[in-house]
Ligand binder design. Structure first.
Ligand code: ARG
Length: 396
């Protein structure tokens, strides 16, 4: 048996290598994706995999692909699950699954494996994507099959001489360009404020500088292309916003979340760049889309976020929504100015050559061109149904 394992280098997936060898006598090939995780040394991770027993290791820098095909879609869709979570982990899973399938086909493997638990969302995202791309592949989820909890995993790792990441091992952490998610340990008490040691991308607002920073983000058809008037590669732009936002304490999210399988969980995220970009993008839509477009798109956006969250990346409805969303971005070009100060993100300016803002109509000054007399007749008609209903009420 030959299996390709999605390998992060962390505790659970390291244990998986050993477990797959012991229980399935499988030849394990590992696949690690570079998605913008901090302090990720791919060579070291590959070495660790071989030391534990992998017969072959792959690592792929997939940052550009992640930005182009996943993050950009999420930006255009203003994607926030539960109104708060930018889907950082959720967006990465279908991409990892796609590469798993590609390597499995290349290596003639019969199975793929992932280290997700049986009650999270990540198993859903991996498996629905793999099934839709290649239903012949067997999917193994050692952590789920084995009902492995974190302390058992630690024990198993120690017993087999698997190196355990020091310090933060009480937390389950997932990281990529779009954000960092932290679960478990003291966070399981939803009434307790997250201790300082859960955060690593952001400072607390109290420790943020006394002086605000301003950023100007320029978009072209819904996608960020320049930061402070400098055009740059989007991976770099996101990286810089994570740094800058993090240094001002922007992007900390602490929320109750409804998982697909029905349980509620308390989730903590650090998503400085995602928070800034999504906020700016939404504002540019307010400036450039019509009232009808804005209100209808909210419905589409919220459905899109649910599909991405619930692992339905390959569902044809998602492509249909993407087509609508792409079309809607035609006019969404321009610049948004934001202020970052002690954990607060404030929009302070916006401009676009496609702006629908008309100063001559909006002004309260004497150069106002709006014909106020039009109001009277319009309001009689607009209020007519309510007026008729009101008359009926007084008759009764
Ligand atoms: N709850 C989030 C989601 O479903 C984050 C899961 C990330 N995984 C982790 N091991 N922390 O997308």
């Amino acid at each position: 048996m030959k299996v390709v394992l999605a390998y992060s280098g962390g505790l659970d997936t390291s244990v998986c290598i050993k477990w797959l060898r012991e229980n399935y006598r499988a030849d394990v090939i590992t696949l690690t994706l570079e998605l913008g995780q901090k302090e990720k040394d791919l060579k070291e991770i590959e070495k660790k995999a071989r030391d534990i027993g992998a017969i072959k290791t792959y690592s792929i820098d997939a940052r550009e692909e992640f930005v182009k095909d996943y993050i950009n879609r999420a930006i255009k869709a203003n994607a926030l699950y539960g109104g708060k979570y930018p889907l950082s982990a959720a967006l990465s899973r279908p991409l990892i699954a796609k590469h798993l399938v590609e390597i499995a086909e290349k290596e003639n493997a019969d199975s793929v494996a992932h280290g997700s638990t049986g009650k999270g969302n990540d198993q859903v995202r991996f498996e629905l994507t793999v099934r839709s791309l290649n239903p012949k592949l067997k999917i193994i989820a050692p952590v789920r099959e084995w009902e492995l909890n974190r302390s058992d995993a630690l024990k198993y790792a120690k017993k087999h001489g698997i190196q355990v990441p020091s310090g933060k091992s009480v937390y389950s952490i997932d990281e990529n360009l779009w954000g960092r998610s932290i679960e478990a340990g003291p966070l399981e008490n939803p009434m307790k404020e997250p201790p300082d040691d859960v955060f690593s991308w952001t400072v607390s607002p109290e420790e943020a500088p006394e002086k605000a920073s301003y950023v100007e983000l320029e978009f072209e058809k819904g996608i960020p292309v320049a930061l402070n008037n400098k055009k740059m590669n989007e991976v770099e732009l996101i990286r810089r916003l994570n740094e800058l936002g993090g240094s001002h304490g922007i992007g900390r999210i602490d929320m109750m979340e409804d998982r697909l399988i029905g349980i509620k969980s308390r989730e903590v995220y650090e998503c400085p760049a995602a928070t800034i970009i999504l906020e700016a993008h939404r504002e540019l839509e307010r400036l450039t889309l019509t009232r009808e477009e804005n209100s209808f798109k909210e419905i589409i956006d919220s459905k899109w976020a649910k599909l991405a969250y619930f692992g339905q990346w390959m569902e044809p409805l998602k492509d249909d929504l993407d087509a609508f969303i792409d079309q809607s971005q035609d006019m969404v070009s321009g610049t948004v100015r934001l202020k970052l100060y002690k954990g607060n993100l404030t929009i302070v300016g916006r401009s676009s050559e496609n702006s629908l803002y008309d100063l001559d109509l909006a002004t309260y000054e004497k150069n106002d061109v709006f014909n106020h007399k039009m109001g009277e007749g319009f309001l009689r008609l607009w209020g007519l149904p309510t007026e008729i209903a009101g008359r009926r009420k007084s008759r009764k």
